[in-house]
Design a protein. Structure first.
Length: 257
């Protein structure tokens, strides 16, 4: 039987993940996932693609306080602002809006990254490019799902195995088999249901060590030899919630189609 073995939420887009034992699955994905984002003064989003040090940020969010830890500095403890200035921001080519979270948070994050930025909190509505889903500041879809056996197979091809956090999934499922997610369009986890709508194209972020922020050549070099299709390197699947509800680690997973 397949089971859900990891639940990961990323309250700050581009920052580290928080591993959970239980989470609420909402139409926008796991509750609070990518609810906050860093943007340039012009409103363009920041990510590990350009700022590898973002991997060292360790955010957690309880619905009121966003706490961001980082090496060799006192953590940022920020009370989320719901009534600040609304900024027009972009995620890739997607236009959306965020509530500015004030100067203290902006100064702390700008100093750590050595790059001028503002912290914003998602507001408004944003649709996926296909599938009729909703999302906050995630790149294009509210969920990323990976089979544990897919990573195990990749690691047999690498000189040094990599941890799952290189791929930053929300959901990890064990028992499907290597790359079985490629052929799944709908599955049930506990009482929730997801539609898997798109292979996930992988980028430079996967080559960034999430503990040290150092970059290498793997896994993209190896993945390119056997996981290239439609002009991109594919690993994992993007998904849209169809039946929201509670999720818990260890929940049974059933492939529907």
């Amino acid at each position: 039987m397949a089971t859900l073995t990891e639940l990961n939420v990323y309250p700050l887009k581009g920052g580290g993940g928080t591993s959970l034992d239980a989470a609420d699955l909402t139409p926008r994905g796991l509750r609070h996932d990518r609810e906050f984002m860093l943007v340039t003064p012009e409103g363009r989003f920041l990510s590990q693609r350009d700022h590898a040090r973002m991997a060292l940020l360790r955010p957690s969010y309880d619905g009121e306080l966003l706490t961001v830890g980082a090496p060799e500095t006192a953590p940022l403890v920020h009370k989320a602002v719901g009534n600040g200035a609304v900024l027009d921001v972009t995620v890739h080519r997607s236009q959306c809006q965020g509530i500015d979270q004030g100067d203290e948070a902006a100064d702390w994050l700008s100093l750590f990254l050595d790059a001028e930025c503002r912290l914003v909190r998602f507001t408004g509505n944003r649709a996926t490019s296909r599938g009729g889903g909703e999302l906050a500041f995630a790149d294009g879809y509210p969920l990323l799902l990976i089979s544990a056996e897919s990573l195990a197979d990749l690691n047999t091809r690498l000189d040094r195995p990599l941890p799952m956090n290189r791929f930053r999934p929300n959901l990890v499922i064990e028992g499907l088999g290597p790359y079985a997610e490629d052929g799944i369009t709908r599955l049930r986890i506990g009482d929730t249901e997801l539609e898997l709508v798109k292979d996930c194209a992988r980028c430079l972020v996967t080559t960034t060590d999430q503990e040290t922020a150092e970059r290498g050549r793997e896994p993209l070099r190896t993945l390119a030899t056997y996981r290239t299709r439609d002009g991109g390197i594919r690993f994992g699947r993007n998904a849209i919630p169809r039946t929201p509800g509670p999720l818990t680690k260890g929940a049974p997973v059933t492939v529907l189609t």
